[in-house]
Design a protein around this ligand. Sequence first.
Ligand code: ZN
Length: 469
Amino acid sequence: MKNKKRSWLLLSAFQLLFAVFLSAQTKQKADLIVTGGMVVTMDGPRSIYDDGAVAVTGDTIIAVGPRAEIEARYTASQTIDAKNKLVLPGFINGHTHVPMTLFRGIHDDVTLNDWLYKYIFPAEAKNVTEEFVRWGTRLAVAEQIRSGVTTFADMYYFEDAVAEETKAAGMRGVLGETFIDFPAPDNKTNAAMLAYTEKFLQKWQGDPLIHAAPAPHSIYTCSQKTLQDAAALARKYHAPILIHVAEMKKELDDSKKQNGMSPVQYLEKIGVLGPDVIAAHCIFVDEADRKTLAQRQVGCVHNPSSNMMIASGVSPVPEMRAAGIAVGLGTDGPAGSNNDLDLMEEIDLAAKLAKITKMDPLAINAKAVVEMATIDGARALHMEKEIGSLEKGKKADLILISLDEPNAVPMYEVYAAIAYSLKASDIENVIIGGKVVMRDRKLLTVNEQEAIAKAREYKKKVAASLGMQ
Ligand SMILES: [Zn+2]
């Protein structure tokens, strides 16, 4: 009897060991597991796992699901505990001009026209060099990572330097070299602009983080030929086209006078619109324009802070979404039309601006604005196969937001918490392409202190160049 019991015990011990051995054998190896948080995937059914996990190999997500399931299937060399945190896809800033961080606050509370012609154009002519662009970008990547941005779309000069700094910080960027019909800080002629941009597009072909693009500034600063040249170049290299569209009432009025049609119809007529276009603002777009934008699968980017600060008007976001247009969110700025790169603020304001404009609190809801910052932002940049949600096969761009904050509790509804109560300062960890770029609020890929010190130095130079104190 005793022997029988002992052999039974031995047998079960053996079985247990065997089971452990088997499960260790069958567990797949991942590089990183983020586990134990509330995972808000933004996938098709908008799945949420209260106690979830995300497994990552290389720069790609290999599994998302309940923690128990993921932990049973995977082991990893690196684990991040996400208990009491939200795990979200990284935010997408669909429109900005990052080197302009160094002009932040140069002159505010003026009309757009005064701001442009009295301050920004002279300041740019006197100060913007490749070095300036590098330091402005370093400051901007630090600020953006802190606000949970993992991908941004940019339009500026010396964009190759923006690309190098973005890549060095491990961020994802759709980076547009500006086409404009006056001598720019980098290229003095249209021929130089075309040559620079073609080289820029060739250099970054196939890069996992950087998507180089031509960025014809707008219909009011570019001739028909410049617009068409930029589009042709983009299409030769399968690159996107970044452009400001219908951002001012004057642009609409002038287009009607000069072209006999709206800015959207003019761009359609000259063959620029297509499923590779990323149109910032789209404020003055009527029903016919919205139909055209939807048919051509143009991605639109709404910039609520900028719309309000410049008092340029309000983009008809609910109508654009209803027409089937992918609408993302952007900060614009960061100088003159916003002054920061905090995308969480845009999520909040996008909802509130639509509500007050329509005098209807149901005009747009929290879930919709979170979609605009993530999956719809990805659709607007034509990158929805790559980013925008936490799904197997997508890039591992994710953020962890602390819920152990006074402003985070209690949490009844997660989308409302993201849109209205959580702040960028609650973001603790940011991972881009499987690489941790911010851990416990510490930036790992950019020297933040150096960028801050340099920004103070630039302020003195810029102020002196304009004869300011
Ligand atoms: Zn802009």
